[in-house]
Design a binder for this molecule. Structure first.
Ligand SMILES: C[S@@+](CC[C@H](N)C(=O)[O-])C[C@H]1O[C@@H](n2cnc3c(N)ncnc32)[C@H](O)[C@@H]1O
Length: 279
């Protein structure tokens, strides 16, 4: 008797990563909270500093550490395909896809947890992450790289929001600029909540900050959860400076941009985060 063909489920090579978005969100939130707290404790002079750091370290280990965090991130990657957006912009609107025989574009991918960009044949990608998940991804802290203005493209997807302080985020953006050649492009992706639910940042103030640093917006898009920016590294003398010369940085490290002028509440709202970027 002929057996009815049944569709077999492919057997995964590795155990499936976290499947529940709710669980993944919890892990990501807890990880960021613990990292932020550890950063604050590290720079404090509290007498119990060491004990507190050890406790935070234990809590991080208990939740599975950076590995669990990256597994949780892998789930969210499937909901925002940054590499698709990057290649689409480069090959389409920007017209930068090299012709046959031309050298590939040089790309620095920061916070890489898959090889999607590495697999694009017309890109020459150096992919780094604090914790490498793949032999082609270099285990490296972005802040330890020496910038040489050599890249055509920097890709940073959901990374800036992992940096615990406003100053660190600012340094990261300035660093991206220093890694890019003049006219090079930064693809910056971050959770939309950072711009819509923060008590310290709005879309407008964030764009002002980017402009101050030396980036011009070439393209942007938003999905219900994610903001995508394609930014050009513009020589300071050539860019259209939209903001006057005085520093708008506030004492608490927030950026007093258009948002502050519109009277954003300084009080933390329930569920709102305090994302900010400032020197
Ligand atoms: C939320 S995951 C995002 C991964 C992926 N790019 C995406 O779009 O979903 C953030 C990644 O950035 C990495 N990361 C954070 N700070 C970094 C730094 N200073 N240098 C290199 N990688 C960093 C983390 O280890 C993590 O793997």
């Amino acid at each position: 008797m002929k057996r009815k063909a049944t569709k077999r489920k492919p057997i995964p090579l590795v155990p499936p990563a976290i499947r529940s978005r709710k669980k993944a969100r919890q892990i990501v939130t807890t990880f960021h909270k613990l990292e932020k707290e550890a950063d604050e404790v590290s720079s404090s002079t509290a007498p119990d500093k060491q004990a507190r750091l050890e406790r935070l370290e234990r809590e991080l280990d208990e939740m599975g550490g950076r590995e669990a965090y990256q597994s949780a991130s892998l789930l969210s990657v499937s909901f925002h395909n940054t590499s698709k957006w990057v290649t689409k912009q480069l090959a389409g609107k920007l017209g930068l896809r090299p012709a046959n025989g031309e050298p590939p574009l040089r790309v620095l991918e920061v916070g890489a947890i898959n090889t999607r960009l590495l697999d694009v044949p017309w890109l020459d990608v150096r992919a780094i992450d604090l914790k490498s998940q793949h032999p082609r991804i270099e285990e490296r802290d972005f802040f330890s790289l020496e910038p040489a203005g050599e890249y055509d493209v920097v890709s940073s997807s959901m990374v800036i929001n992992c940096v615990p302080t406003a100053k660190g985020r600012h340094e990261m953006l300035v660093g991206y600029r220093h890694h890019l050649r003049n006219g090079g492009h930064l693809f910056l992706v971050l959770p939309l909540l950072c711009l819509t639910k923060s008590t310290r940042t709005t879309r407008e103030s964030f764009l002002e900050t980017l402009s101050r640093i030396g980036f011009t917006v070439v393209a942007k898009k938003e999905t219900p959860k994610v903001a995508f920016f394609c930014l050009r590294n513009t020589p300071l003398e050539a860019r259209d400076v939209q903001v006057g010369g005085s520093s708008l940085a506030t004492k608490d490290g927030g950026t007093r941009g258009a948002g502050a002028e519109k009277g954003i509440s300084r009080k933390r709202k329930h569920g709102a985060n305090d994302f900010a970027v400032s020197p």
